[in-house]
Ligand binder design. Structure first.
Ligand code: PLP
Length: 396
């Protein structure tokens, strides 16, 4: 289990808040803090400098890159550091379209991608690209068949996520990639793996995608660091021109402290992944059972099977999720009414599921980590049950 700092803050012995929003961001684990501190205090030279201190940093940078690569099952020179997964997603999309510009201007993606994919594609649609946003099925995914049915001669890019950040649904990425390739070997394939990384086992050897995006702050690293995996470097066009960093593809002096922390969080996460996954699965099952037993009119958006256990989307039917999030927040229960990126706006993901309005209005997302305890889940369920009573009285 990763050693975290302040999963919930203790004040005079009592927890001030319980955190159920790990899909939005995670606390930075101790290993990452220590690695960042070391990088800032004694490994701070510029990795491009030719004197020994600089070269030592260059060696460390290469080792940190290898750490991410090992977790992906690829070589280090296929991993490019970015500032966040939003940047990785944008870069992957632009580079794929640039490399495939002779093939055409058709993009296939889903209607429930993260905004960093969805809004990038919407922007491109305004610039003359033709984008197919596939609606998910009742399991909250698109199937390989759905993607293949949408393929056209001018399809340049397919972009599908690994795990949906608001539902937890797991997309059959490997099958999609293999079937797309069989039908048209020239289509480039991108996967946003932010919510899958270290939550489920996968390897670039079997995923068959051309580009894959990762984010540090979802796995115990600080904000401000992400990565892009690229299968064939010939498909990559530079994002930032300048000093030749990131193999000439993304200029700017490397954010070594964040990178060190990212590598440390990945190493820590990999070391305990199996036990963490088992714990989170138990917590997910317990939360479902408790909500069902102790609260009224709970509708789970998806069945337990086929979803990543760190995300649980459910509706407190008949109540407004924004009101619940605020009421629960005041009681020290932190969870979300969708992705944090929506900032209270209706979620395009839940809207795509065609839920009855009463169910849609009350959707909450609880997300768990290896640090989440049964006691915390009890507090969550108890406060939802209490909010149901209070809000019922205030509404009646
Ligand atoms: N993709 C998914 C599925 C996410 O959940 C997120 C963050 O919420 C992102 C991309 C964006 O990550 P970042 O905050 O590193 O830009």
């Amino acid at each position: 289990m990763k050693d975290r700092i302040n999963v919930f803050i203790l004040k005079e012995g009592a927890p001030v808040f319980y955190y159920f929003d790990y899909a939005a961001t995670t606390p930075v684990c101790k290993q990452a803090v220590q690695a960042a501190q070391l990088a800032m205090e004694s490994q701070w030279e510029n990795p491009s400098s030719l004197y020994p201190g600089g070269q030592q940093c260059a060696t460390l940078l290469s080792a940190w890159r290898d750490e991410i690569a090992q977790a992906l099952g690829c070589r280090g020179d296929h991993v490019f550091f970015t500032s966040c997964a939003s940047e990785s997603n944008n870069w992957a999309i632009y580079t794929a379209l640039e490399k495939n510009r002779r093939k055409g201007k058709h993009i296939i993606t889903t209607a429930i991608e993260h905004p960093s994919v969805q809004n990038c594609c919407k922007f491109l649609a305004q610039k003359g690209y033709d984008v197919t946003f596939l609606k998910p099925n009742e399991s909250g995914i698109v199937t390989a068949q759905m993607v293949c049915d949408a393929l056209r001669e001018d399809t340049a890019l397919v972009s599908v996520m690994m795990v949906n950040n608001e539902l937890g649904s797991i997309f059959p990425v490997s099958e999609i990639a293999q079937r797309v390739r069989t039908q048209d070997k020239n289509v480039l394939i991108h996967c946003d793996a932010v919510q899958g990384f270290l939550h489920m086992p996968f390897s670039m050897q079997t995923l068959h995608v051309d580009f894959l995006s990762l984010s540090g702050h979802k796995i115990g690293a600080p904000k401000g660091i992400g990565a892009l995996y690229v299968r064939d470097k010939k498909t990559l066009v530079p994002l930032l021109h300048g000093g030749g960093q990131e193999m000439g593809m993304r200029a700017g002096t490397e954010a070594t402290a964040q990178i060190a922390a990212f590598a440390a969080a990945v190493a820590a996460g990999r070391a305990t992944m199996q036990e963490d996954m088992a714990h989170i699965k138990m917590i997910h099952a317990y939360a479902r059972q408790s909500l069902q037993r102790k609260c009224r009119d709970i509708v789970f958006l998806l069945p337990e099977e086929g979803t990543s256990p760190h995300i649980l989307a459910f509706s407190v039917t008949g109540y407004k999720s924004e009101v619940l999030v605020r009421v629960l927040g005041d009681k020290g229960i932190y969870l979300s009414s969708g992705s944090a990126c929506h900032k209270g706006k209706a979620s395009h993901v839940y809207a795509a599921l065609n839920l009855p309005k009463k169910v849609l209005d009350g959707v909450l997302r609880a997300s768990f980590s290896a640090q989440t305890t049964v006691k915390e889940v009890d507090a969550l369920v108890q406060e939802i049950a209490m909010a149901q009573d209070t809000l019922y009285q205030s509404l009646s």
